[in-house]
Design a protein around this ligand. Structure first.
Ligand SMILES: *Cc1c(COP(=O)(O)O)cnc(C)c1O
Length: 399
């Protein structure tokens, strides 16, 4: 009863923007979540690809507690040690030259858009320059990020958005060429489309877009918010291609639950921004940066990227079995620990409900895709248990 009580209060309190599952989570440990009734759930959603290190990571909690006791916030009018350490570690991991810490993924995208605009402005381009983005992309809910999100349903009620955005088809180089013009100043895309249904960029496509950008002096901006931080089997997914972006965004797993994002850039994109161009009150404060810094340490200590490759391959093989076994499972895509199963018809939400009955948390991407973005620390036994429960849910819904 207690649970329903909280759900009712929540529904009265908040803007109705989410269709939530009727579960009230109370605490987590490793790859498991526990609701207010004390029920245990195996979590392969990781709070939407956020909890890379799993729940209640002891080392990280210790660092966070220490920083809370020391200093949480000072503003960016002063320097602080954790942000320097986190910033240097991010540059080292990415090979980028400059970083700016944000409070969210969408804000990191806003930063990349400002870099693109500033770069065009610096070159003396007329202010009707254009940015190419991809259909079925997702970059966030702020107005700038929404402008490059190729989804009419999200965009329509909030038009007019940022002008000059042209949409091409992901993994279709000809479609990029078709919208390219002398006004194009940047291309923005996810290295692996997440919300759009787990579509990794093909090597030909990413290389082709990089070449186009080079030929026309435009910036390649890659959104690594979901696929970054080790999830693809590389620290950043683009590192698995022979391509280096001019700018990139990161967030989600960077803080392992602490709200922190960043945009990074190298070369001409790194020098495009000048003092006074951008700022934030909270961004990069000592508390969130102490967490991000520790997260990056733990990635190295635990050799998490190597672990993702190994366990990602295991997950791949086990999910492939389902494509063979069930008629309703149509396709399997992804890389490392960002994988998706496409179902025939819009059954993903139905399966999601059945999954909760099996005490398994899996999230959908679109109406017919189930997304697998578990904590990066999962083991083979977790994969086996997940498969067992997933099969039960599929059979419950009907093959
Ligand atoms: C989640 C996500 C965002 C937006 O991040 P928020 O923190 O929700 O603003 C942007 N891009 C991608 C690829 C994402 O997955």
């Amino acid at each position: 009863m207690e649970k329903q009580h909280y759900i009712d209060r929540a529904e009265q309190t908040f803007y109705k923007v989410y269709n939530r599952f009727p579960v009230v989570f109370d605490h987590g440990k490793g790859v498991c979540l526990y609701d207010t009734d004390g029920q245990e759930y195996l979590d392969f959603g990781a709070g939407i690809a956020v909890m890379g290190l799993g729940y209640s990571c002891e080392e990280l909690k210790e660092t966070m507690k220490e920083q809370v006791d020391k200093l949480c916030h000072t503003s960016n009018l002063f320097y602080n040690v954790p942000s320097v350490e986190a910033g240097e570690k991010l540059l080292k991991a990415s090979g980028m030259e400059k970083v700016f810490f944000t409070n969210s993924g969408a804000e990191a995208i806003e930063g990349l858009l400002k870099i693109a605009k500033r770069y065009a402005f610096n070159k003396g381009m007329a202010p009707d320059y254009e940015i190419i983005a991809m259909k079925h992309s997702f970059h966030g809910r702020t107005l700038g990020a929404l402008s490059v999100t190729g989804n009419d349903h999200y965009q329509e009620p909030f038009a007019p958005l940022v002008p000059g955005i042209r949409f091409a088809t992901f993994n279709d180089l000809e479609s990029v060429k078709a919208v390219w013009s002398e006004k194009t100043c940047a291309v923005m895309m996810e290295t692996i489309q997440g919300e759009g249904g787990i579509y990794p960029a093909t090597k030909e496509f990413l290389t082709g877009v990089r070449n186009l950008c080079d030929e026309h002096d435009a910036l390649l901006l890659l959104d690594e918010i979901q696929c970054g931080m080790g999830r693809s089997g590389y620290m950043f997914a683009w590192q698995g291609y022979d391509v280096i972006p001019d700018g990139m965004s990161v967030a989600k797993a960077l803080g392992n639950g602490v709200p922190v994002g960043a945009f990074l850039a190298q070369g001409k994109a790194a020098s495009a921004i000048v003092p006074g161009d951008h700022g934030t009150t909270y961004g990069g404060n000592p508390f969130v940066c102490a967490a991000a810094s520790k997260v990056l340490d733990i990635f190295e200590e635990k050799k998490l990227v190597e672990h993702v490759r190994e366990i990602g391959e295991y997950l791949w093989n086990r999910l492939d079995e389902l494509v063979l076994q069930y008629d309703c499972v149509k396709e399997h895509r992804g890389k490392g620990l960002i994988q998706g199963l496409e179902f025939a018809g819009a059954v993903a939400p139905v399966v999601s409900n059945a999954l909760l009955e099996q005490k398994l948390v899996l999230i959908s991407a679109g109406s017919n895709i189930i997304r697998f973005v578990p904590p990066l620390v999962i083991e083979k036994t977790d994969v086996d248990e997940m498969i067992k429960r997933l099969k039960a849910a599929i059979e419950q819904v009907g093959k």
